[in-house]
Ligand binder design. Sequence first.
Ligand SMILES: *Cc1c(COP(=O)(O)O)cnc(C)c1O
Length: 225
Amino acid sequence: MIERIRILRDRIEQACSKCGRSPEDVELLPVSKRQSVDAIREAVDLGFRSFGENYVQEGAAKHLELPGLCFNLIGPLQRNKARLALLHFAEIQTVDRVDLCGRLTRLADELHTERGVWIQMDLWDESTKAGGCPESGLPAIFSELAASGLLKVHGFMAIPPPGQEAAFTEMALLRDRWQQKTGLRLRLSMGMSGDFEAAIKAGSDQIRIGTALFGARVYSPSRSS
Ligand SMILES: *Cc1c(COP(=O)(O)O)cnc(C)c1O
């Protein structure tokens, strides 16, 4: 893992220097879905404290084993798993529907729990199970989230179609528009192992890296969530 991280940091540095950004301005979120708890421990020994997980149940189980770490949900969230997600994830990056926002704000109140949330965007009409909302969905989502003092909007998350670099730029422009409209500081979470250089160039603040950091995903717990 040390060697993979060295190569990864090199790639990040190169991508940053090409566009005049500082590597400190790009947060590296390790994605530990379908990686073992031991692999996460190894990453912790190398300095990481926050991890991205796709499946609510898998992330909750890992949080119970490693309660000192922060887990971020980066996979789709069903309403019936919202409570479990709020209990075990420090941040939820896949908020993309008003009904889900309403459920999360009510539960956060009930649990007296403060959480970071990111709004997942889909500007490319992928209509895949990966989720995401179009820009027209944002006014209702922002107003629902603003009603809660406990859910803080950190920014936008996106999984643009592979190979479409312009998609990252579209996201950066959307971020600028909504920062102006809302007066909030909004970060961008975009870029994965295969495309993070283009995401960094477009201005991504957080890249979510699985395989380039942990290697191939081998471990297969219950994937029911
Ligand atoms: C799996 C996953 C990643 C990491 O993917 P890699 O290609 O392994 O880096 C990042 N973001 C999301 C939403 C994912 O599901």
